[in-house]
Write a protein that binds this ligand. Structure first.
Ligand code: DOR
Ligand code: ZN
Length: 345
């Protein structure tokens, strides 16, 4: 196959940052995707409906006029120990907020205000279950005694499985799954449980962290796992199972914060998101499964209409820029300076 036309995709997990940083990256996503679920881990985090509305207005204002009508930011709230049930009810009624995000405190970037103990949120989760507000989960325990590579697996046992038992009607997205264990858990759970999968977790295994030296631009959370997990993610993404859908987790950081003695977690993929997924699907001869994964399954799970517009990808080699400008500094994109096989027309 040398070209493929699919329904315009959506990104069901995206970090857009704010202000000058956001101005420099938002068009990358708006060029490819019709909609994106926008993560709330700003500093300070987006904890109220009013903050989400104001953030949405800033995102739209950062886009050129033509893109303001073609790109829809779908907002999320950042769950804290103290988020009142009334806040998620207000969020649902706003029509602007489409989900509530769990960051276990200390799990990742800007998670300090996250949840210290999920039991503190039971009342709010009960309300979310009642009003059918999706719950997006960063699925890692933060216990320093647990090996970094096992944190997703242990989260399933200690937190996620019990949560699905307690709130069987709550719609949950297990975000950016990275292990065979997570894939199996989602497959075997009820229809209420789905998962997003990033392009970089489909394309890399953990050797990529240490290729000839330490590779900070391949560091993200949850961390990239061994090959058998990458293969399980690819099998899930290309299986046609509607529980699995596209979520880039594109997470830009300043070059100076990545190439650092204590580098930040996050990989920027928005410059070539759909091309990277096309490459991953093409590698296993599954391009015919790309459209449903990228453009149908997420919309269906979020109970939003599917897009109608089409995009076309050509098998045509192109070179990723070495860097992008990012709030006056540099941002190093995934595959910087390397060739990609697919290009969106
Ligand atoms: O790698 C990551 N980067 N994982 C996350 O969970 C957060 C994200 C970020 O905001 O940089
Ligand atoms: Zn994320």
């Amino acid at each position: 196959m040398t070209s493929i036309t699919i329904t315009r995709p959506d990104d069901w997990h995206l970090h857009l940052r704010d202000n000058a940083q956001m101005h420099d990256v938002v068009q990358c996503s708006a060029r490819q995707f019709a909609r994106a679920i926008v993560m709330p881990n700003l500093n300070p985090p987006v904890v109220t409906t009013n903050m989400a509305k104001a953030y949405r207005a800033r995102i739209l204002a950062a886009l050129p006029g033509s893109m303001q009508s073609s790109f829809g930011p779908l907002m999320t709230l950042y769950l804290t120990d103290d988020t009142p049930p009334a806040e998620v009810i207000c969020a649902k009624e706003s029509g602007v907020v489409h989900a509530v995000k769990l960051y276990p405190a200390g799990a990742t970037t800007n998670s300090a205000a996250g949840v210290t103990d999920i039991r503190k949120c039971y009342n709010t989760l009960e309300a979310m279950q009642q009003i059918d507000m999706p719950f997006l989960v960063h699925g890692e325990v933060t216990d320093p005694d647990i090996d970094v590579f096992d944190r997703e697996h242990v989260f399933i046992e200690r937190v996620l499985f019990p949560l699905t038992q307690r709130f069987p009607k709550l719609r949950i997205v297990f975000e950016h799954v990275t292990t065979q264990d997570a894939v199996t858990f989602v497959q075997e759970s009820s229809q209420q449980i789905a998962a997003s999968i990033t392009a970089h977790h489909l394309l890399l295994n953990r050797n990529a962290l240490f290729q000839g030296g330490i590779r900070p631009h391949h560091y993200c959370l949850p961390i990239i796992k061994r090959e058998k997990h990458r293969a399980a993610l690819t099998a899930a993404a290309t299986s046609g199972n509607p529980k699995f859908f596209l979520g880039t987790d594109s997470a830009p950081h300043l070059q100076s914060n990545k190439e650092n003695a204590c580098g930040c977690a996050g990989i920027f993929t928005a410059h070539a998101a759909i091309e990277l997924y096309a490459e991953a699907f093409d590698q296993v001869g599954a391009l015919d499964k790309l459209e449903a994964f990228a453009s149908f399954h997420g919309a269906d799970f979020y109970q939003l209409p599917r897009n109608h517009e089409k995009i076309t990808l050509h098998k045509q080699s192109w070179k990723v820029p070495d860097q992008f400008s990012f709030a006056g500094e540099a941002l190093i994109p995934f595959r910087a300076g390397e060739s990609l096989a697919w290009k969106m027309a």
